[in-house]
Design a protein around this ligand. Structure first.
Ligand SMILES: C[S@@+](CC[C@H](N)C(=O)[O-])C[C@H]1O[C@@H](n2cnc3c(N)ncnc32)[C@H](O)[C@@H]1O
Length: 313
């Protein structure tokens, strides 16, 4: 049993109208909404969004099973049986979108993301779906009726702190009664993996001068109460919970490989090749001090995550 199938087995919801929780490894049987946006009109948009340091779908995908598990856990708490329209906000390489497709094979599912590399990977993985390049802070769905389910796995922590909840509210406002906005974010600001990034950034190495006027660390996510107080005026129910995953990694280098695909990027992307190597070396030394080695040589990466399922009033 691989990580997908074991997570799928664990996360099977109690009420479900389609035989959807089959293995993600099986080929997707049905043809869906063939992308027109990505293949045709998105090429100029892609150029506009291309940044010096795009996300790297290959690096991100190194731990794709572990990164997809919270998407399954989030999905398991959504009660919607037959949504017509579903959007995956910040779809990444398409892993979270595939989870949605397996649950709701008859829905019109689209994915959007601001990274050209991620969108290209998602489109290649799921050619039958429609993917769009865009920044979710300004993005709106194309005309075609209200969105029944917005889904967003591990994305909203990248939105500037003060914009996060207003943005969720903006999407919720445009949903019909019963519509769902579900999101999950890592809640690891205080974890050693992230504290050590911040410590390394200011340790006086040659990277400190480069990073001092930037704010490479993502702001801590809002508390459950802040989320509740901001969203409840629009919602008939709010399901908020927190989970700690314990990822068993091969060694400390694997912790670096994990965060290189996500939270370490803003720290090392602005650095020269030489400084990047130096930063990673120093960061690794710190990781060795704060993560003990298990009896079999492995290292446990504790990973707290926060989940929210909001239902529109
Ligand atoms: C950690 S990955 C999550 C990918 C996928 N949803 C998953 O479940 O693994 C975060 C994704 O959010 C995207 N992202 C970050 N900021 C964004 C924004 N403002 N608008 C759209 N996508 C964004 C990134 O490009 C990246 O693909």
């Amino acid at each position: 049993m691989n990580i997908y199938t074991s997570a799928l087995a664990r996360c099977r919801p109690t009420a479900c109208d389609t035989p959807i929780y089959a293995s993600l490894a099986r080929p997707i049987a049905r043809a869906h909404y063939k992308s027109s946006r990505f293949c045709t009109s998105s090429a100029p948009k892609m150029a506009a969004y291309r940044q010096a340091n795009d996300w790297n779908a290959e690096q991100y995908s190194k731990f794709l099973g572990e990164r997809t598990r919270p998407a399954l856990d989030l999905l398991a708490q959504i009660q919607t049986e037959r949504p017509l329209r579903v959007v995956d906000l910040g779809c990444g390489p398409g892993n979270s979108t595939e989870v949605l497709l397996n649950r709701w094979p008859d829905a019109h599912i689209t994915g959007m993301d601001s990274s050209p590399d991620m969108v290209a990977k998602a489109q290649k993985t799921l050619p039958q779906l429609e993917f769009e390049l865009g920044d979710l802070s300004t993005w709106t769905p194309s005309p075609g009726g209200p969105v029944d389910v917005y889904f967003s796995n591990a994305v909203f922590q990248w939105i500037p702190s003060e914009q996060r909840l207003p943005l969720v509210s903006r999407f919720l406002e445009n949903q019909n009664s019963g519509g769902v906005f579900a999101f999950q974010v890592p809640d690891n600001y205080l974890e050693p993996s992230h504290a050590m990034m911040r410590e390394t950034a200011v340790d006086g190495g040659p990277w400190t001068a480069v990073l001092k006027d930037r704010q490479p660390a993502l702001a801590k996510f809002q508390s459950a109460q802040e989320i509740y107080d901001n969203l409840i005026p629009l919602c008939s129910s709010l399901n908020i919970w927190h989970t700690h995953y314990y990822h068993i990694l091969d060694n400390h280098e694997a912790v670096v490989e994990w965060v290189k695909g996500t939270g370490l990027r803003p720290f090392i992307d602005p650095l020269s090749e030489e400084n990047r190597k130096g930063f990673i070396q120093r960061y690794l030394q710190r990781l060795r001090r704060v993560y003990p080695v298990c009896v079999d040589g492995k290292v446990i990466l504790k990973y707290p995550r926060l989940f929210v399922v909001a239902v529109r009033k």
